[in-house]
Design a protein around this ligand. Structure first.
Ligand code: ADP
Ligand code: ZN
Ligand code: ZN
Length: 814
């Protein structure tokens, strides 16, 4: 007898597998999807391991295979196990990341009477048992769901079990309908030979059945089946005409599989490799030699950090590295942040590898995702490009993973289990399989750069922009002190300097971007006159304003205070300044710059699938002079007419109670600055701020990553933040606020007890405190933060009840 360890799709399965016997005659492989009995249900599972021995005494048998071929490769199986262990997620959640889109299906349980029912005495049955039996007899079979509606979940389970045990009923299973399947379309072809068809055409014309005649004639001229829709359109006929020909036996309808192709709406002109600059050449050389190692089967991971400012030619290096992988008979996956997955980006890859690029992201329909997945697995593409989940694409012969803008926090899944980070997953996959990973960024994550400094990753630098035209170098950046502006009596949103620059640019027929960092802007209280922000005396973080209570709150230690009437620093009464929105900015801009054409771009106006592109096209076509927007305009846009970028208030992000606040601000400002001067006109950036001396702002202004990194890493070391320790966030949510606080305190004690029992030093706790987002969809949320080492292993020993969400290596505020 052989056994399989199966990851089962059930919430009770958690992080473990279950042993099943493999019935003789059934061929089972690692990675294969199967149906297994689980309790009184039939569930989906994936085989993670085969063995000669069962891990428990009594095993049940695998009920059947779902797909004939394995869906996960052996390395993906290892990866899924690691994700579950590291991120403490249910094992099947990790496995599910790698399954085809729309795979998850339930088996529906039915109750029916036995083919040869046992004799029984009606009187020995309870009223409810009789009720169920009568219903079953009347309908032949009844679904468990239906019974639950009548009797409730608990009673149904009990009664059905009793009836089955007494041999009066049986359970049977039927599958829920498939969510995604190959798409087929009707095609028409002749059912008779061409000669006969021609005679029939003449006869039909004579009878006055002209449409039938024309359609038949059209089909007689085709060498292969013709799509029904196309045929009807060409003849301009209704469905009845087709049906008549079919019923006469002259024409047949055939269903043929067609592709849902997300790239089909673009026509792609091929592009060719550029002659590399010296810096690009040297970076590519290192990557190429690692790729060669992969093909020789040396399994040592090579992680490269490609550090270069925007426009330094990183993408060209990715493209040529991918081409090298393809030349060696291998394939690649390219990951970009969801927001950067614009047609522009896709086109760049698609044009270098015409018809060899697949696209995967969440905006595709399930059908499109399903088709792409199947075609990727069949080896139809050299390159898969997509957002974070594309890392799990079933790309065969994988040798290279590129993660562009590796510092982006959209690479971390935070809203559902498992809370994995794409970068860490890629690095793990490289460890398991020896593939090459390129992490690219203008502003690498401090932790990644530290890894490179430590020698874990190999640092490749592209220090300069590839300048297509002489003279267009990095833009000039000017920092404006808003406190001085106010002293000079300017109370508008635009400093004197910015207002002048906007007027000049627009007057000269150039374009302007006004950038508003809205993240967190409405949550802290700032003095409008001196920029002072109220902070917690114990924790140093900015206090968060809570509208409902009109109070200030520390999200680290739960300290509370009321909102002061006057600024403690400058005694101004204009203290309660909660930031501004894009609409307000648009309004003020229209007063300050009359006669200019404004265009606003934020999530409110871009709900639809294509509206991002529409806004962008409009701006690129110079239908507007000023583009006003938030975070999203900071990403990968190439707008040659933009010569000025104005940052309305740079420090909003600095005041978030998050140790990464400085890093985020630096990254964002650097990116925004990179938007200007992409064209031959050169560029200028004006950053308005209340804290011009802050290192994140200074470093962004001078486009100096090293300056930023040195300061930042020193603070991290001093305050024991990552990469010097690991963090885990535990959030408890419930509709009752007081209960949240109590449960969080209980958990804290539980963790401390476990820590002390094990004698672990260097594990500390922050909280309990309300989470940064204290209330979400009607539930209150409280948080504990753990700081230490090997937190996954430690936390895996602590029972974590329902209502808790654990996030290992969290990247932002939750
Ligand atoms: P990044 O990805 O670092 O932002 P890109 O690869 O997009 O940089 O390059 C910026 C611009 O320079 C693009 O328009 C690209 O076509 C061009 N470019 C890149 N490498 C070269 C090269 N070796 N020769 C000429 N132009 C190049
Ligand atoms: Zn003040
Ligand atoms: Zn505090």
């Amino acid at each position: 007898m052989r056994y399989a360890e199966v990851s089962v799709n059930s919430p009770v399965a958690q992080r473990r597998t279950f042993s099943y016997a493999i019935p003789s005659g059934l061929s089972i492989d690692v990675g294969q999807a199967v149906w297994v009995p689980f309790g009184d249900k039939l569930l989906q599972g994936v085989v993670l391991e085969l063995s000669r021995y069962a891990s428990v005494e009594e095993t049940r048998e695998i009920a059947g295979v779902i797909e004939p071929c394995p869906l996960l490769s052996p390395s993906q199986v290892m990866l899924a196990r690691w994700i579950s262990e590291h991120y403490l997620s249910p094992l099947f959640d990790a496995v599910a990341l790698m399954l085809p889109p729309g795979f998850e299906r339930k088996a529906i349980t039915f109750i029916s009477s036995r083919p040869t029912p046992h004799e029984y005495d009606m009187c020995s049955l309870s009223r409810e048992q009789r009720q169920v039996l009568e219903l079953v007899e009347r309908q032949g079979k009844v679904s468990l769901k239906e019974l639950e509606k009548i009797l409730g979940k608990k009673r149904t389970q009990a009664i059905v079990s009793q009836l089955v045990k007494r041999g009066l009923a049986v359970r049977s299973y039927e599958l829920e309908s498939v969510k995604a399947r190959p798409k087929v379309e009707p095609y028409l072809s002749l059912a008779v030979d061409a000669g006969e068809a021609q005679q029939e055409v003449a006869r039909l014309h004579k009878k006055g059945a002209n449409k039938q005649a024309v359609l038949l004639d059209l089909l007689a001229q085709q060498s292969k089946p013709m799509p029904l829709a196309e045929a009807r359109q060409r003849v301009n006929c209704g469905k009845a005409v087709v049906d008549t020909l079919v019923s006469k036996g002259l024409v047949t309808i055939q269903y043929i599989q067609v592709r849902r192709d997300p790239l089909s709406y673009q026509h792609i002109t091929p592009s060719y490799p550029l002659t590399l600059t010296a810096a690009q050449e040297s970076a590519l050389k290192s990557i190429k030699s690692s790729l060669l190692q992969v093909t020789k089967g040396y399994a040592s991971p090579s992680i490269f950090l490609l550090h270069g400012v925007t426009g330094s030619g990183k993408t060209e290096v990715y493209l040529q590295a991918l081409a090298e992988a393809v030349r060696l008979g291998k394939r690649g996956i390219v990951l970009v942040p969801e927001i950067a997955l614009t047609p522009q980006t896709i086109e760049r890859f698609a044009s270098r590898f015409p018809n060899r690029v697949a696209v995967l992201h969440s905006k595709l329909s399930l059908g499109e995702q399903f088709d792409e997945w199947q075609r990727i697995r069949d080896g139809e593409f050299d390159v898969v490009i997509g957002s974070r989940s594309a890392i799990f694409a079933p790309q065969p012969d994988l040798a290279l993973i590129v993660i562009d803008e590796e510092h982006e926090w959209t690479y971390k899944q935070h809203d559902k289990s498992p809370c994995y980070h794409t970068r860490n997953v890629a690095i793990k996959l490289a460890e398991l399989t020896g593939i090459v990973v390129i992490l690219g960024s203008a502003t690498p994550d401090v932790e990644t750069f530290y890894g490179a400094q430590q020698g874990d990753y190999r640092l490749l630098e592209l220090p300069e922009r590839v300048t297509p035209v002489e003279g267009s170098a990095l833009p000039q950046v000017e920092v404006v002190d808003l406190r001085q502006e106010l002293k000079a009596g300017n109370r508008s949103l635009f400093s004197h300097s910015l207002a002048q620059a906007v007027a000049k640019a627009v007057g000269g027929g150039e374009q302007v971007i006004l950038f508003l960092n809205r993240r967190g802007a409405a949550t802290f209280i700032q003095c409008r006159d001196c920029g002072f922000v109220l902070r917690c005396k114990r924790c140093e973080v900015a206090l968060t304003y809570h509208f409902t209570e009109n109070a200030l709150l520390c999200h680290r230690c739960n300290y509370r205070t009321s909102v002061p009437q006057i600024c403690p620093r400058c005694l101004s009464r204009r203290i309660k300044f909660l930031g501004i929105g894009t609409q307000k900015l648009e309004q003020e801009a229209s007063y300050t710059f009359p006669q200019t054409r404004l265009l606003r771009w934020d999530s409110d106006v871009t709900k639809g699938k294509h509206s991002h592109q529409e806004i962008l096209d409009k701006f690129r076509a110079h239908d507007a002079d000023i583009l006003i927007g938030t975070q999203m305009i900071a990403k990968g846009l190439d707008l040659p007419l933009v010569t000025l970028v104005g940052v309305i208030s740079a420090d909003t992000g600095l005041n978030l109670p998050d140790f990464r606040a400085g890093e985020r601000t630096f990254q964002l400002l650097s990116q925004v600055a990179g938007r200007a001067g992409r064209g031959i006109l050169g560029g200028r950036v004006i950053i308005q701020t209340y804290s011009p001396e802050h290192y994140a702002i200074q470093a962004a202004a001078s486009q100096d990553y090293a300056l930023f990194y040195d300061k930042e890493i020193a603070y991290r070391r001093q305050l024991h933040n990552p990469p010097f320790t690991q963090l885990a966030s535990l959030v408890y949510s419930h509709t009752n606020d007081a209960l949240c606080q109590r449960e969080t305190e209980r958990m804290k004690r539980c963790i401390i007890d476990e820590r002390d029992a094990q004698g672990i030093a260097g594990l500390s706790l922050i909280g309990p405190a309300p989470a940064f987002i204290h209330r979400l969809r009607g539930r209150f949320r409280w948080q504990l933060i753990l700081r230490g080492a090997e937190l996954s292993a430690f936390l895996s020993q602590i029972p974590i009840p329902q209502g808790w969400t654990v996030d290992i290596d969290p990247v932002g505020l939750t």
